[in-house]
Ligand binder design. Sequence first.
Ligand code: G6P
Length: 351
Amino acid sequence: VQNELVGYPHYMLKEIFEQPEAIARTIAHTKVALEQLTIDTSIIEAVTIVACGTAYHAGLAANAMLEQMLNHPVRVEVASEFRYRKPIINSHHLVIIISQSGETADSIAALRLAKAEGAQVLAVVNTKGSTIAREADSVLYTQAGIEVAVASTKAYTTQITVLTMLAAYWGGADISAALDKLIHQVQRGLELDGQMMDLAEALKYEQDVYYIGRGVDAVTGMEATLKLKEISYIHAESYPAGELKHGTIALIENGTPIIAIATDSELVEKMKSNIEEVAARGAKVYIFATPACAKAFGAIAQEIMLLPSTPLYFSPIAAIVPLQLLAYHTALIRGCDVDQPRNLAKSVTVE
Ligand code: G6P
């Protein structure tokens, strides 16, 4: 039953736990949909991904994979900025609009602008028949099902699934083995639920939490920060770990909680030195790391949460799952209205 709680206390928790099936449906559907896609890739010279909120983060998460696979520059922009900066767009441009609802006003305006400039427009949308789905040249539907909670979860992970499959399809890369394992890895992420309850206890009175990561882990930090902020009302910021020393490190003092995300073995030594920098200033560091990365950290972390290991292009999916749960439990302990946070709307249909 799509839009009933079926025993869960909140839609957000239900939707977090629906991710394995939502991703499985999306994979099956996208395999077929990609074969029917009518985008002319031979004329594409540049790609711009445009979206808002969590959908924007999905674009960022898939940015590197798309760029490598297409071998063209790919940029990701928030729709409210894109539409007003007079972007240079032409018929050699592919614009990808990502939207759960398909009704976000700024994303619709960006789509219309891109079309008016002659770009091909591909939409990655969850809601059938929505404005963005209707007006785009082509659509790839995420199969998340109805998402009720304001804080987006399954829409995000299914968006990354679609974009990664699209990148692999265009790049001629065979990711079928990784796709076969993905559902199990998401389930493993859900198994961290108990640990996330404990960590939420540790964070419940905090006023500021900082997330750090490099590469795709910096994007996971951005999305995890958004989840925590929007439902628990704790101030949170995420930084690419190497950027800390250019300002944010001034805020680190004794006891400041830092959530460090490390899934990229090639960058783990760099992350280690960033973690040491904050630990030396008294930060409490909670590390979310794949087993391969965790080995590098030794005694510097208060606690290490083990993430399932995936290829890097799927780590934003595997890593965000426990961090969604962390936001959920933290909000719950703080007595917040998880599904209907203050001041926020599920779909922002006015500017
Ligand atoms: C609102 C929602 C967010 C969502 C954003 C974009 O702000 O609260 O969860 O990410 O809109 O929505 P869309 O439907 O375009 O993905």
